[in-house]
Design a protein. Structure first.
Length: 344
C-alpha cells in the first residue's frame, strides 16, 4: 500500500459541507482486525445522521465515516482466523464509527466481513450488506414472516426497502410498499412489491385495509417513525410487529396507544447493531444472506455510481432523496470497481 492514502473525514457538523479529504498513513490492524484496500464503498443515511449529529453514536471529530466497503485484504491483525491477505471481501456494518470505510483503505473487524460474491461487481458487492442484514433480522428472525403475511415497507425506492422487499418475497409474504408522490411506483413494482401506495394522495390506512381485505398488515418495516406511524397504525393485523429503523419523519414517535393495544401489536425501535453482537447471530445472517445471493433471490439495485473525488457530491445527491436504489463510490477500478448500468 502507498505511504499515504486518501480518506474522507467529518471535520464539523455541517452535513456534506463538513466533509473533507485528507491523507493518512494507512493504519495497522489491531487484534481481530484486518485492513482492506477499498475497491468501492456505499452511502447510507447513517452517514448523513453522523454528519448532522443525530445518530445515536456520536462521532468524535475529526472522524472517519462509512459503514460498507468491499476490497482486497492487505494486512491481518493478531488473532484473526479465516481471513487471509489477498481475500476479496465485503464489509458488514459494525458497531461504531471507529472503522470508517470511506477512503482508499479501511480497518474492519474480521468478524464483520463476508466473502465478496463471485457473481457481483464491486459496486454490487459493497451495496449488499447494510440493506440485506438490516432487513434480515426483523423480517426473517424476529417476525418470522411467511406465506399469508402482509408486509408494509415504507420509502419503497430506498436501498433498505428494496432488500426488505426481496427478503419478504423470498419468505412468501405479500409486499405492500409506500412512496410519496407515486412517480417511483413502477420502479418499486419492478423490484418486487405487489402493491404500492402513494401517500401524498392516498389514505394509507384505508388502502392497507382494502389490499388485505380487512385483515391488516402483520409486519411493518418503517424508516419514518415520527407521526407517520399514525397513518398506518389503524391497519394492523392481530399481533402485528412494527419495526422502526429510521427517523426520517421525526425522532419522537406519536400514535394513539389503543391502536397498538387492540390488535395486541408491538413496536420495536430497531437497529441492526443490536442484533450482530454475538458471532452466533452474525453467522446465521451471513448464512442466510449468502444462500439468498447464491440462489439469485437477493441482489442490490444500483441508482448511481460516483468517483472517489465526487464523494461529497454523492452525499449531496443522497440528501436530495431522488435516488432509486443504492448510491456507490468507486475508489479503485483496478480492484473490480466496474459498475452495472444505473437503474432508472
Amino acid at each position: 500500500m502507498a505511504t499515504k492514502s486518501k480518506v474522507l473525514l467529518i471535520n464539523s457538523i455541517e452535513g456534506p459541507a463538513g466533509l473533507s479529504f485528507t491523507e493518512l498513513e494507512p493504519a495497522q490492524p489491531g487484534p481481530g482486525e484486518v485492513r482492506i484496500r477499498v475497491a468501492a464503498f456505499a452511502l447510507n443515511r447513517a452517514d448523513l445522521m453522523a454528519m448532522s449529529d443525530t445518530h445515536y453514536f456520536v462521532a468524535q471529530l475529526p472522524s472517519r465515516l462509512g459503514w460498507e466497503a468491499c476490497g482486497v485484504v492487505d494486512a491481518v491483525g493478531p488473532g484473526v482466523q479465516g481471513v487471509s491477505i489477498g481475500d476479496r471481501v465485503t464489509a458488514i456494518p459494525g458497531t461504531d464509527f471507529d472503522h470508517g470505510t470511506a477512503g482508499e483503505f479501511a480497518i474492519v473487524l474480521a468478524r464483520f466481513l463476508m466473502a465478496w460474491p463471485k457473481s457481483f461487481t464491486a459496486v454490487e458487492a459493497t451495496s449488499l450488506c447494510m440493506q440485506a442484514f438490516t432487513g434480515y433480522f426483523p423480517i426473517v428472525e424476529l417476525a418470522r414472516t411467511g406465506p399469508g403475511d402482509a408486509v408494509f415497507i415504507t420509502a419503497g425506492s430506498s436501498s433498505a426497502a428494496i432488500a426488505a422487499i426481496q427478503l419478504a418475497r423470498l419468505q412468501g409474504a405479500m409486499v405492500i410498499a409506500q412512496t410519496r408522490s407515486g412517480e417511483k411506483a413502477d420502479f418499486i413494482k419492478r423490484v418486487g412489491a405487489h402493491h404500492v401506495i402513494a401517500s401524498d394522495h392516498e389514505n394509507i390506512e384505508q388502502r392497507l385495509q382494502d389490499i388485505t381485505e380487512g385483515g391488516g398488515v402483520r409486519v411493518v418495516y418503517d424508516c419514518y417513525g415520527g407521526d407517520f406511524v399514525q397513518k398506518y397504525i389503524g391497519a394492523l393485523a392481530p399481533r402485528a410487529q412494527i419495526f422502526i429503523y429510521g427517523g426520517m419523519g421525526g425522532m419522537q414517535v406519536q400514535f394513539p396507544t389503543l391502536a397498538l393495544v387492540r390488535p395486541g401489536a408491538t413496536l420495536t425501535g430497531y437497529s441492526l447493531i443490536n442484533y450482530v453482537r454475538t458471532d452466533e447471530e452474525l453467522d446465521r445472517a451471513k448464512d442466510f444472506v449468502g444462500r439468498a445471493v447464491e440462489n439469485g433471490h437477493l441482489r442490490p439495485v444500483i441508482d448511481r455510481v460516483f468517483s472517489f473525488d465526487e464523494t461529497i457530491d454523492a452525499y449531496r445527491y443522497m440528501q436530495s432523496g431522488a435516488q432509486k436504489g443504492k448510491i456507490v463510490v468507486v475508489v479503485d477500478s483496478n480492484l473490480g470497481g466496474d459498475s452495472p448500468p444505473s437503474v432508472t
